[in-house]
Design a protein around this ligand. Structure first.
Ligand SMILES: Cc1cc2nc3c(=O)[nH]c(=O)nc-3n(C[C@H](O)[C@H](O)[C@H](O)COP(=O)(O)OP(=O)(O)OC[C@H]3O[C@@H](n4cnc5c(N)ncnc54)[C@H](O)[C@@H]3O)c2cc1C
Length: 144
């Protein structure tokens, strides 16, 4: 897990799992729910306290889920949970679009946004979290 930036290595997770699809995520959540294991989500791994790594939990490392769809007409992006700042900029900038994004290329976009997200464009466009129009919460459906 080379991209983890936290200093806290006292939390020892039970296992890491790297899903490639939403179905993979749901299968893991059904397993953890049935077996009463804790689960935690790892995005870009840039939380300084290592919040994504919970002791004895099964860690869902989202880094393989990087799909991005852009609608240039409405300047809207749909991103999967493993997308980082560089991944998003690489797709938006060539199309003349820019997201309220972090200054560090390897920060996870979801983790950045859940923390509010203050970027280069924030003085004119606000926080990243204010640009979100919908969260797709597959996790809530996992038990069904
Ligand atoms: C070098 C550096 C530069 C930074 N620059 C900025 C900046 O310019 N502006 C700014 O606002 N912040 C900045 N930050 C702070 C950064 O936005 C936060 O640390 C953020 O939480 C990192 O997100 P991550 O996904 O990379 O980290 P992670 O450690 O993977 O995740 C952080 C938290 O979000 C949760 N999480 C991640 N993905 C998901 C998901 N899909 N679903 C549910 N929960 C999830 C994790 O469980 C964890 O609790 C910076 C941090 C660093 C280390």
């Amino acid at each position: 897990m080379g991209r983890l930036l936290c200093e806290n290595d006292s939390n020892k997770p039970r296992a890491f799992f790297t899903p490639k699809t939403t179905d993979d995520v749901c299968r893991v959540l059904q397993y953890t729910s049935a077996n009463q294991h804790q689960v935690s989500l790892l995005g870009g791994g840039h939380d300084p306290k290592g919040l994504a790594i919970i002791h004895d939990a099964l860690v869902l490392d989202m880094s393989a889920m990087k799909h991005i769809d852009i609608d240039p007409q409405t300047a809207t992006a749909w991103i999967e949970a493993g997308v980082n700042v560089k991944d998003l900029d690489d797709v938006t900038c060539p199309q003349g679009l820019a997201a309220v994004n972090g200054s560090c290329t390897t920060v996870g976009v979801v983790g950045f946004t859940l923390g509010g997200g203050f970027g280069f464009l924030s003085r004119t466009k606000g926080l990243a979290v204010e640009t979100v129009f919908k969260w797709k919460l597959s996790l809530l459906l996992a038990s069904g």
